[in-house]
Design a protein. Structure first.
Length: 254
C-alpha cells in the first residue's frame, strides 16, 4: 500500500550528482566515510519526512508519494524538480569593498552572504569579486538512493521526531510527557542559548498540533539549577591565609 500524503516516515538515503558520481548528502555513516562529507561529530540516522509536504526536493517528494513501506528506490531528479536551472543573471560582479572588513580574507570558492543572499566566490580581481548566487547544484541531474525504513504511527515517536527535527540534540537529552491532550517538553540547559529559540518552540508546537491532532496544548519547561561553588585549591587556601595574616599585621598599632 502506497504512503498517504502527510505520513511521517523515516528515510535513509544517499544523494549524488549524476555526471560526476559525487556524493553531496547522505544519512548513512558508511557512505559518508567514503566521501569528503564525513563529520565525526555528526550523528548519522534516518531523516524524518512528511510525504508530499515539500520537506524535500520536488522530485524526491513525488517519488515518495508512490512508494510503500520498505521500498528501496533509485530516483533520478532533473534540475526542474531539483535545485533549478542555472540562471546567468544570478552571477554578479560586486565591488570588493562591499564585503567590509573581511574583504582581504575572501578566496575563490568561499561561500559568502551579501544582503541576505548566499553565493559562491568565482573570481577576485581589480577590486571586484564575482559571486554566483545560483545554488551550487543548480542545473545538475541528481540520483537519490532511498530506503523507506519506517512509518511513524505512535504519538510518542512522532513527538520525539518532531522535536529532533527542530532541535538536533541527543535522544537521551529529550524529555517529554503526554497526558491526555497535553504535551510537556523539558528543554535541556544547552538549548537555552540557541539562536531563535522562541521561534523554534513555536514551530515545534505547530508541528505537533498538525501531526498529533489529539494534542491541543504544548508546554515547554526550562529549569535552571544553582551551581555549587568549587572548593579552593590547597595553594589558593595557603595564599588566602597568608593574605589575612599580612592584613592583621598591618592593622596592629606601631
Amino acid at each position: 500500500m502506497t504512503l498517504e500524503k502527510g505520513s511521517l516516515i523515516l528515510i535513509d538515503y544517499t544523494a549524488k550528482v549524476k555526471d560526476t558520481n559525487l556524493t553531496f548528502e547522505t544519512t548513512r555513516e558508511e557512505e559518508a566515510k567514503k566521501s569528503e562529507l564525513y563529520d565525526p561529530a555528526r550523528r548519522y540516522e534516518p531523516r524524518l519526512i512528511s510525504v508530499g509536504e515539500g520537506w524535500v526536493l520536488k522530485g524526491l517528494d513525488e517519488a515518495l508519494t508512490n512508494a510503500s513501506m520498505g521500498d528501496r528506490l533509485n530516483i533520478e531528479i532533473t534540475p526542474d524538480k531539483g535545485f533549478g536551472e542555472r540562471d546567468p543573471n544570478k552571477v554578479r560582479m560586486i565591488p570588493l569593498r562591499k564585503l567590509g572588513e573581511k574583504a582581504d580574507e575572501v578566496r575563490v570558492g568561499d561561500t559568502i552572504e551579501i544582503g541576505e543572499r548566499i553565493g559562491i566566490v568565482k573570481f577576485i580581481g581589480s577590486g571586484r569579486v564575482q559571486v554566483d548566487f545560483n545554488h551550487r547544484l543548480a542545473g545538475r541531474t541528481l540520483i537519490y538512493d532511498v530506503e523507506v525504513t519506517k512509518k511513524l504511527k505512535d504519538d510518542n515517536e512522532k513527538v520525539l521526531s518532531l522535536i529532533k527535527r527542530r532541535l538536533p540534540i541527543d535522544d537521551q537529552k529529550i524529555k517529554f510527557s503526554i497526558e491526555a491532550a497535553s504535551v510537556q517538553i523539558d528543554l535541556p540547559e544547552e538549548t537555552f542559548i540557541v539562536d531563535g529559540l522562541q521561534i523554534i518552540k513555536r514551530a515545534i508546537s505547530n508541528d505537533i498540533f498538525k501531526f498529533v491532532p489529539r494534542i491541543n496544548d504544548v508546554r515547554f519547561v526550562e529549569t535552571y539549577t544553582s551551581q555549587p561553588s568549587s572548593p579552593r585549591k590547597p595553594e589558593e587556601q595557603k595564599d588566602l591565609s597568608l593574605e589575612k595574616s599580612t592584613q592583621a599585621d598591618r592593622s596592629q598599632p606601631a
